[in-house]
Design a protein around this ligand. Structure first.
Ligand code: AMP
Length: 220
C-alpha cells in the first residue's frame, strides 16, 4: 500500500508514520529526514538545502522530487511506503503520481491529519528529538524515560533549530499557502481520509488503523 501522510507541522504525522511503518512493514520515508541526513556535509547540495531549511522555507521542487523519488526507487519501497512530509506542493504531487503511474502503481490512501494552529504551535514548542533515530519526544506529553536522553539510542535529545517560535510561525504560513491546496487535490481523487489530530492519541490511532485496514471499519 502506498500511503501519504499530509498535514501541518506538529499534527502528528511522524509519530503515526513510525507506528504504521512497524505495523505494516513498509518503509517510513520522511523528506525532512532525507534532508537532515545530508545537512552536515560540506557539499554544494548540503549548503543549498541548509539555506532553505534554516529559514523554514521549502526546498525547491526539483531537488526535493529527485531526493524522494530516488529513495522510493530502493527495493524496500517496492511493495509500498509511508510518505511523511512529501508531497508538499502541487508539482510534487503531480511528479509522484506520474512516477507511480509509470510503474503501474498509485497513491492508495492520504491520511490528512489536522489540528488547530494553537495546538500545533504548543506541541512544536515542547518538541525534542533524537539526532540519531529521529524519535520525537515532548516536554509536556511524551517525556523520555531518562532525563533528556533517547530511550532507544541513549543519545542526548535536541531541539531542532527550525523549531524556534518565529520559524515555526513561518513554516505554518508556508504550509497554508503551498500545501493546503493538496487537500482538495487528493479529496477530489477520492483518496483523502481526514483525521482530527487534536483528539486523544488512542482515538487518532484507532481512526488511522481503520482507514488503512489494520482493523475492520465497524470496530469501535
Ligand atoms: P519536516 O521535517 O517535514 O518538517 O521538514 C523540515 C524541512 O525540510 C522543511 O521545513 C523544509 O525546509 C524541508 N522539506 C521537507 N520536505 C519538503 C518538501 N516536500 N518540499 C520542500 N521542502 C521540504
Amino acid at each position: 500500500m502506498n500511503i501519504v501522510l499530509l498535514g501541518p507541522p506538529g499534527a502528528g504525522k511522524g509519530t503515526q508514520a513510525k507506528r504504521l511503518s512497524a505495523l505494516l512493514g513498509l518503509p517510513h520515508v520522511a523528506s525532512g529526514d532525507l534532508f537532515r541526513a545530508i545537512l552536515d556535509e560540506e557539499t554544494d547540495l548540503a549548503r543549498e538545502v541548509r539555506s532553505y531549511m534554516e529559514r523554514g522555507a521549502y526546498v525547491p521542487d526539483a531537488l526535493t522530487i529527485t531526493a524522494v523519488l530516488d529513495r522510493l526507487s530502493l527495493p524496500d519501497a517496492r511493495e509500498g511506503f509511508l510518505l511523511d512530509g512529501f508531497p508538499r506542493t502541487l508539482p510534487q504531487a503531480a511528479a509522484l503520481d506520474g512516477w507511480l503511474v509509470e510503474r503501474g502503481r498509485q497513491v492508495d490512501r492520504v491520511l490528512y491529519i489536522t489540528a488547530p494552529a494553537e495546538v500545533l504551535v504548543e506541541r512544536i514548542a515542547g518538541r525534542i528529538v533524537c539526532p540519531v533515530c529521529n524519535t520525537i519526544y515532548n516536554l509536556s506529553t511524551r517525556l523520555p524515560k531518562r532525563d533528556m536522553v533517547c530511550d532507544i539510542e541513549g543519545a542526548p535529545l535536541e531541539r531542532r533549530s527550525d523549531e524556534e517560535p518565529e520559524i515555526v510561525r513561518f513554516r505554518l504560513q508556508t504550509y497554508l499557502r503551498q500545501t493546503q491546496p493538496l487537500v482538495d487535490y487528493y479529496r477530489s481523487a477520492g483518496k483523502l481520509v481526514e483525521v482530527d489530530g487534536s483528539r486523544p492519541m488512542d482515538e487518532v490511532t484507532a481512526r488511522i488503523d481503520r482507514s488503512v485496514g489494520l482493523v475492520s471499519e465497524d470496530a469501535s
